[in-house]
Design a protein around this ligand. Structure first.
Ligand code: MG
Length: 230
């Protein structure tokens, strides 16, 4: 019995990954931490802390510090905000409309803490999202690829939907992801995970992480929704 769809944000709701990739690579390289745009896509979903810590461990042989994370993430947000606003992902609004009409509850589960995007959820997609049904980087300790964010999503949904407040069960939900580590997190939470490959990585990057179903775009997913019998 499907009650809810948990949507990732970057690369699913907004076509924002090209900007994130350039901004992360530029700021990290200027900071002395080598990072390619492809690595940004491969590590998409991690929190800012986790991303920076991965780089300092590998290249400087040590854990990062709170100060470094705050500084680099701030620079990255500035670089990201120099781009025009990331467009809504084509096909996503028509999918959200169908999901809502089917009576399922919509939730956002993102590793991002980028206020400029989180604030746009309710203005760019009016009527679809509720503030209490969003998990972002500020809510979690580990972040994706740990299942924690999606498990927290099931908890928040249960608190909102179930009379006794018990978490939703994994089979009562679906995850929609565009990133390999996001797929890994959804699968690890035990939730049926649908991948939309909206970026430059090969389908195998998503299928190898256990994606249960894959579409080449959110538009293709939206077009197929009616025939999925969910
Ligand atoms: Mg994403």
């Amino acid at each position: 019995m499907l009650k809810s769809i948990l949507f990732d944000m970057d690369g699913v709701l907004f076509d924002s990954m090209p900007y994130h990739a350039v901004a992360w690579a530029k700021v990290c390289n200027e900071y002395g931490l080598a990072m390619t745009e492809e690595e940004v896509y491969m590590n998409e979903g991690r929190t800012g802390f986790s991303t920076i810590n991965m780089l300092t461990k590998r290249q400087w042989g040590r854990e990062t510090t709170e100060e470094e994370v705050e500084h680099i993430y701030q620079l990255k947000c500035i670089a990201f905000n120099e781009f025009p606003p990331a467009p809504k992902m084509p096909g996503t609004e028509s999918l959200l409309t169908q999901v809502k009409a089917s009576g399922r509850t919509i939730m956002v589960v993102t590793g991002s803490g980028q206020a400029s995007l989180l604030d746009r959820l309710t203005t760019n997609y009016p009527g679809f999202f509720r503030p209490e049904l969003i998990v972002c980087s500020h809510d979690v300790k580990h972040g994706k690829p740990n299942p924690e964010p999606y498990l927290m999503g099931l908890q928040k949904l249960g608190a909102a939907l179930n009379p006794d407040g018990a978490p939703l069960r994994p089979w009562e939900a679906l995850v929609v992801e565009n990133a390999p580590l996001g797929v890994r997190a959804g699968v690890a939470a035990g939730v049926f995970t649908i991948a939309a490959n909206t970026g430059p990585l090969p389908d195998s990057a998503l299928l190898d992480e256990g994606a249960n179903l894959i579409f080449p775009s959110m538009q293709a997913f939206s077009d197929a929704w009616g025939s999925l019998n969910l």
